[in-house]
Design a protein around this ligand. Structure first.
Ligand code: FEO
Length: 399
């Protein structure tokens, strides 16, 4: 894609990644893609803000060259060290030999560790400003959004916030880079929530703290390093991030995530009955087959909804392995304070119910009911399943 002017003297020079299947090696983006947005500022001092994964380096350099010769760079701002933004560090160091890398103190050992870069590294302090000529940068340290060394950079004259991971999302850019050029904003908002739940959700307090810290900063453009550049309505993505962070602090919405796995369809038959009960109670419901659906897509639902129904059989005396994997990922993301109920089929002895009790303790979730039935459900069993779904959902409403 060609360089795109964001504001006078400020250009987007990002690259789309439609090649990587698993972001961070674990989160599927095969069909959605992702962008690594970087920016240059063309002034008396020439600046590159963030870089990209070590992919399409030529395209990135060509885009910089549309604005100025990369060899002329005076500064390279490293807002965040994760290699999706720094993979081309060694290349940039070679091509822009006079450029100074600007980063937080905590990023210094990371630059040395990842890229053996120890010279031409300059630490910036929180609130420090840097005059470029007509433009001015101000650095705001925002630890744990997403790593401990992270900062955001604010261009004070044009009011552009280069927020790196913060306010970012999955989804390659589709021609236009701005929110007002996008005719499917719902896609980017959905993919921003998935990104948030996958990548950032473990750190809600730092997200809130960062938003509060920037509250007094007038912002015309949010220019993150993934996804849309928000110039028409930058408040929208801030509001969404605030709402998502608040789920962890103030509690989720009333709603049910029904996770299930099945070996021969017996537990799946019960899923239908339980789901009917939830729906009869009028509570929103998402259903995921954990055998086929990656936890990346499940986490946003579990993160935003107050109840989790688990339907899975016993396998070799224990919980169906695909379900154990899904619960393990949820536990790793420390999604606490949910209400849980379990149902599942067994062949000759139970076992999943015992393991679910252990998962509830580990997750710090309130286990409302755990019910095993042998083989295929009878009509009485199905009626009990429907009642389970109804009473569970009613309980979430406080009724
Ligand atoms: Fe986009 Fe934490 O890296």
């Amino acid at each position: 894609m060609p360089a795109v002017q964001v504001k006078p003297g400020i250009y987007w020079i990002g690259v789309n990644d439609r090649t990587t299947d698993l972001f961070e090696g674990m989160w599927p983006i095969t069909s959605e893609g992702v962008s690594y947005n970087a920016y240059v500022i063309d002034d008396e001092k020439k600046v590159l803000v963030d870089m990209a994964k070590d992919l399409k380096s030529d395209a990135l350099l060509d885009q910089i060259a549309e604005v100025f010769d990369p060899a002329e760079l005076d500064y390279i701002v490293v807002n965040h060290m994760e290699p999706d933004h720094t993979g081309v560090t060694r290349t940039m160091h070679r091509i822009a030999p006079k450029a100074t890398f600007l980063c937080t103190k905590r990023a210094v050992p990371m630059l040395a560790g990842y890229y053996h870069l120890t010279d031409q590294v300059q630490v910036v302090e929180d609130g420090e400003t840097l005059d470029l000529g007509a433009h001015q940068l101000q650095f705001h340290i925002t630890p744990m959004v997403h790593w401990p060394e992270t900062m955001v950079t604010y261009e004070t004259t044009q009011k552009v916030l280069f927020s790196c991971d913060a306010f970012g999302g999955y989804g390659a850019l589709q021609g236009g880079i701005f929110d007002d050029q996008c005719d499917d904003q719902a896609f980017y908002e959905r993919e921003s929530l998935r990104y948030y739940a996958n990548i950032v959700a473990l750190f809600p307090k730092p997200v809130i703290k960062a938003i509060e810290k920037l509250a007094g900063v007038p912002i015309d453009v949010i220019a993150p390093s993934h996804g849309l550049v928000w110039r028409k309505n930058p408040a929208r993505i801030i509001e969404l991030y605030q709402k998502w962070a608040n789920y962890a602090l103030e509690g989720p919405d009333v709603g049910v995530t029904l996770l299930y796995g099945t070996m021969y369809g017996n537990t799946e038959q019960m899923v239908e009955a339980v789901a009917a009960g939830v729906t009869r109670a009028g509570v929103p419901l998402d259903i995921f087959d954990v055998r086929h659906i990656h936890t990346s897509y499940i986490l946003p639902s579990v993160y935003t909804r107050s109840g989790v129904l688990v339907g899975a059989p016993t396998y070799e005396g224990e919980l169906f392995p695909s379900m154990a994997h899904a619960l393990d990922m949820i536990a790793r993301k420390r999604i606490a304070n949910r209400k849980l109920a379990y149902f599942g089929s067994y062949g000759w002895s139970g076992g999943a119910r015992r393991e679910i009790t252990e998962w509830a303790e580990k997750l710090k979730w309130d286990l409302a009911e755990a019910w095993e039935f042998q083989g295929g459900a009878s009509s009485a069993d199905l009626a009990r399943g429907e009642a389970l779904g109804y009473s569970f959902a009613q309980g979430l409403k406080g009724e």
